[in-house]
Ligand binder design. Structure first.
Ligand SMILES: [Zn+2]
Length: 84
């Protein structure tokens, strides 16, 4: 059995993952699972992947008064983010 990570180690893994230029939805799934397991908030990293298909988020960006919407190139899902 694999020894469990500490929360810091898990956070480190997540930071390294999002530092990559490219990732696949499969890798994203694993990372999200890791984050949930260790109750780590993805915070601003959530802007890096599509909520629906978990692929790397890139596409048309629309800025509204309170939100920013990024339409996923892969599945056309509108990812809404609060403007901060
Ligand atoms: Zn998508």
């Amino acid at each position: 059995m694999k020894s469990p990570l500490t929360k810091n180690e898990a956070q480190e893994k997540i930071n390294l993952f999002f530092a990559k230029q490219k990732f696949t939805p499969e890798e994203m799934k694993k990372t999200r699972r890791l984050a949930m397991k260790y109750k780590i908030k993805l915070g601003h990293y959530r802007k890096k992947f599509c909520k629906k298909c978990l692929s790397q988020l890139k596409g048309k960006t629309r800025i509204l008064k309170t939100h920013k919407t990024i339409i996923c190139e892969n599945c056309n899902f509108k990812n809404k983010f609060k403007l901060s």
